[in-house]
Ligand binder design. Structure first.
Ligand code: SF4
Ligand code: SF4
Length: 187
């Protein structure tokens, strides 16, 4: 048969041998390949029971930070939202009332703070932009969900546990951050 390029090669169709014609040999070869994989080092792990250690530069779900007295650090300045290339952050500011000094560190705080995890690209710009060390990317990732609404993380989802009342949970949420911070200049 002539083609435009004339580069076609005729296929060599040899007649099948007896072993090939009964297919058992090919099945046996396939099983042998499967068997050799049983003894090889596994490249997968049994998540979520097993977890791989993250890279030191891993950037996961954001956390809204508190100070050592458990007060919210965020002052709703909006710099993180401005820095966000994905426009994933929305917030509403509120004024701190007398008697709320134990809850909020600054005179203005975020009454509402939301991050749309379906938009977030985990670039870390929000963390870089924050002048109050109030938002940072943690060492965990957003769990799966069936509903899009469940990927809108509210302030309650993002706020780190109170170090005074839940010291263990606070330390766990901080993860390796304290070690990393120790290597940097203080804020
Ligand atoms: S990590 Fe990047 S994309 Fe995600 S909220 Fe922060 S600035 Fe936006
Ligand atoms: S998280 Fe930081 S940058 Fe964002 S509004 Fe709060 S204080 Fe400002």
């Amino acid at each position: 048969m002539m083609t435009l390029t004339n580069r076609a090669k005729p296929v060599d169709r040899k007649p099948m041998t007896f072993l090939e014609s009964i297919y058992l040999w090919n099945i046996f070869k396939g099983m042998l390949i499967t068997l050799t994989h049983f003894f090889k080092k596994k490249t997968t792990i049994k998540y979520p029971e097993q977890k791989r250690p993250f890279s030191p530069v891993f950037r996961g779900v954001q956390i809204l930070n508190r100070d050592e007295d458990g007060r919210e650090r965020c002052t709703a300045c909006g710099l993180c939202a401005l820095a966000c290339p994905a426009e994933a952050i929305t917030m509403e500011a509120a004024e701190r009332m007398p008697g709320e000094e134990n809850l909020y560190r600054e005179e203005k705080y975020a009454a509402k703070y939301e991050i749309n995890m379906l938009r977030c690209i985990f670039c870390g710009f929000c963390e870089e932009a924050c002048p109050k060390d109030a938002v940072y990317l943690s060492e965990t990732f957003a769990p799966p969900a069936y509903n899009r609404k469940n990927f809108i993380y509210t302030k309650n989802d993002l706020l780190i546990p109170d170090p005074k009342t839940q010291p263990e949970e606070y330390a766990k949420a901080q993860g390796l951050r304290e070690n990393k911070k120790a290597k940097k200049e203080p804020f």
